[in-house]
Design a binder for this molecule. Structure first.
Ligand code: ADP
Length: 334
């Protein structure tokens, strides 16, 4: 199990919940989205009405769920949570919608994965605050329109481009979340350390931030592992030395790469001379499924400029060689 993967399981979610900022003012970074949201929310409060539907897009672990909770809290509204994958039939969505109360915030995580037949229902609900409840079956079936009280959908998606245009158009506001800078991650970490009641040295915060892939979820996760190490092997204080030792144990390197990432780079550079090599061949070389390599390791390696994708396969970029302390076999410049 890897510490630097974007997803979170149930145990993780419980640990995360404790560290979630509750109000907009506590939310670190994402200055643009924060300002935009703060205006949307204040305007809604002044009018005493539910705000427009909000779409949040961005990679996992950057704070979409947190912002949905904050939106509800700032509106003094209650939050209902569901997700695209949980809505496989129109009826699933109709049930949720018809139980909404006035002003509630409905958080739809992974909204791009909602089932097609439910999509249509969602359009109408978002636009006209109405849901057509189907009664009966077959030729005798009829739709009974049910008026819904005003509510706000907060949708989250890893990529806004994945949404069908008609759905995207029903959001009055779209906020794009970006990866966090090291400074911002340090702030996240210092705040979390305060909540966990541990002493985190500034240099340790900066060390952990640099290995967190621009992602608060990963930063908090690494912090918890460093805390474990400090408690068990150290003197409880989270010093720079403790952070380095702990992250070495967990095989997270200075750049945030883990064992699989480095395995992919090493295979690419040493077995295949830097490529190009096909995904399947590369996956076999590291003993993983092609899908794992493609969805788990590659996005970060590509983003970091370590590997490139070409029509003929994956290639190692100069940064990959230097990260492994290797020299490319021939310098294209000479
Ligand atoms: P997403 O829904 O985008 O996958 P989450 O909202 O679940 O991400 O965020 C993951 C964790 O990272 C949260 O539990 C929270 O503790 C932390 N986090 C995310 N964004 C911030 C932020 N801007 N400031 C402080 N902590 C954050």
């Amino acid at each position: 199990e890897s510490l630097v993967r974007p997803g979170a399981d149930d145990l993780e979610r419980a640990a995360e919940a404790a560290l979630r900022p509750r109000r907009l003012g506590e939310f670190v970074g994402q200055r643009v989205v924060r300002e935009q949201l703060s205006v949307v929310l204040q305007a809604a409060r002044m009018r005493g009405r539910a705000p427009d539907h909000v779409l949040l897009s961005g990679p996992p672990g950057l704070g979409k769920t947190t912002l949905a909770m904050i939106i509800a809290a700032e509106l003094g509204a209650s939050l209902r949570v569901t997700s695209g994958p949980a809505i496989q039939h129109a009826g699933d969505l109709a049930a949720v919608l018809s139980s909404l109360e006035e002003g509630e915030v409905l958080f739809l995580d992974e909204i791009h994965r909602i089932a097609r037949p439910a999509e249509e229902l969602l359009y109408v609900a978002m636009e006209d605050f109405r849901v057509d409840v189907m009664v009966g079956k077959g030729a005798g079936a009829s739709a009974i329109p049910l008026a819904l009280p005003p509510f706000t959908v907060v949708g989250a998606t890893t990529r806004a481009g994945l949404l069908p245009a008609p759905l995207r158009d029903r959001f009055g506001f779209t906020g794009h979340l970006d990866f966090y800078s090291s400074d911002e991650l340090e702030q996240v970490l210092l705040r979390s350390a305060g909540l966990l009641d541990v002493q985190l040295a500034g240099a340790a915060a900066s060390e952990i931030a640099g290995r967190s892939r621009g992602t608060p979820r990963i930063a908090n996760r690494l912090l918890r592992r460093v805390r474990d190490w400090a408690q068990v092997r150290g003197d409880g204080r989270l010093t720079l030395a403790a952070a380095r030792a702990a992250l070495e144990v967990y095989e997270v390197d200075e750049r945030g790469l883990d064992r699989l990432d480095r395995g992919v780079l090493a295979a690419l550079c040493t077995r295949f001379g830097g490529g190009p090599v096909g995904l399947t061949t590369l996956a076999v070389a590291v003993g993983e499924e092609p899908e794992t390599v493609e969805t788990v390791a590659e996005p970060f390696l590509v983003r970091e400029g370590l590997i490139g994708r070409t029509p003929r396969g994956r290639v190692a970029l100069p940064a990959a060689w230097s990260h492994l302390g290797l020299t490319p076999p021939h310098d294209p410049g000479t």
